[in-house]
Design a protein around this ligand. Sequence first.
Ligand SMILES: *[C@@H]1O[C@H](CO)[C@@H](O)[C@H](O)[C@H]1NC(C)=O
Ligand SMILES: *[C@@H]1O[C@H](CO)[C@@H](O)[C@H](O)[C@H]1NC(C)=O
Ligand SMILES: *[C@@H]1O[C@H](CO)[C@@H](O)[C@H](O)[C@H]1NC(C)=O
Length: 414
Amino acid sequence: MDYQKKLISIILFTLFLSCIRARTGQFIYFSDAHLSLCYLPNASNDDECEINSGDAGLFGDYYCNNPFWLIENSAKKMKELLPNPDFIIHGGDTNEQFYHDHFTIIESIKFVNEIFDQYFPGVPIIYTPGNHDFFPTHNSPYYNTPFFTKLSYSLGAMSDAARATIQKGAYYSVNVNNMKIISLNTIMWYKLNDLTEDLDGDIADQLSWVESELESANDHNQGVLFIGHISPGCSSFSLNPSFTKDFQDQFLDHVQDWQEQYGSIILGYLYGHKHCDNFRCGTKDSLHILNPSLNPRKRINSAFRIYNYSDSEKILYDYSQYYNNLRDSNDNMYVTWEKSYNTKESPMNFQNLTCQNYRAWNNKLNDDQTLFDWFVSNYYPKYEPTISCSDSCKKKFLCAQIHLHRDDVEDCVY
Ligand SMILES: *[C@@H]1O[C@H](CO)[C@@H](O)[C@H](O)[C@H]1NC(C)=O
Ligand SMILES: *[C@@H]1O[C@H](CO)[C@@H](O)[C@H](O)[C@H]1NC(C)=O
Ligand SMILES: *[C@@H]1O[C@H](CO)[C@@H](O)[C@H](O)[C@H]1NC(C)=O
């Protein structure tokens, strides 16, 4: 009897231990698919590419938007690497950059989601709108329109609450495991949006909605992951950040408040848009990660990421970045995806993705030119030749990574 009791308590204790151990989950991140529905290899695709860019490559082109088969090939590779992700983030800018109308935008979003749905049936695909996913470009409305209604029925199954907020302002949240993923419509805060540029206050009630979502997540002890398309802070498409304002600062003040109040449940913010590999740390150490793009236009290589996270520890552990060397793929008529790096491994050696580690890394980048050159070689995922960054560029680049307010970046530089 005694022996049996002992055995049972040992079994129970082991079960208890396995319950409190941090659960590691994985998700896939891709962004900026920029699907070109009329892509033709070998054609001088003036409508789909930059004018006079020459003959378009078989698997895509450094001057063009994406053929669907490159996007499909990336999904196939993701499936090989991670057959059962918890969820997939689709970071926006699904539509091509040269041509827009409401119909093409909706069809592109559905097309790309269907590609991923075929490889990952039943896995939630969580989308956030990009500036090219509106017509006219950048012009997200801030009230219900037929386009928002159509969008709300084009993103697969979702809760009534999510459908309602998409119809209101193209933002929504999804609960997966013990996580809440909050998809922001950052285009309402974009300075090139003519419809909202003169608005201040809480556009389409998005900020107050986020606050209620955070409160609810906090009550239920959920982790919160934010996704959006356009990141705050100083940035540009080149390595040299500009100080122009392309984002409304009111969002930043809220980020700071959220971090102060709910920092312990927020894993971070993930963005696309810039087609580059970068990060931003804000006041109170809010973490903003800029992810590379699936589209190689503008002389970059396509890339996607696989993230590890814990919903019990409420932290992002690491990511692995995979890229396609498009020049080689077109030359060999065969697509390969290779790992560029993992944040846990050398040279980054991050124990986790937190501003504590990113700030220390920023200091190392400043002190060690070899590390800085390595980091820059991944900015446009291993595109060659690497674009160089002079001393003044380096200073701006590093300052922009550790401040979100433009004034703070300028103070850091000058
Ligand atoms: C495109 O050009 C390449 C090289 O000239 C050729 O091998 C290939 O068959 C062409 N493809 C098409 C679809 O015309
Ligand atoms: C991250 O995921 C990979 C599998 O994709 C796994 O091998 C690795 O141990 C995970 N990392 C952590 C910290 O759990
Ligand atoms: C994250 O990494 C830092 C530095 O390596 C470490 O001090 C901290 O305990 C880690 N946090 C978690 C939750 O693992």
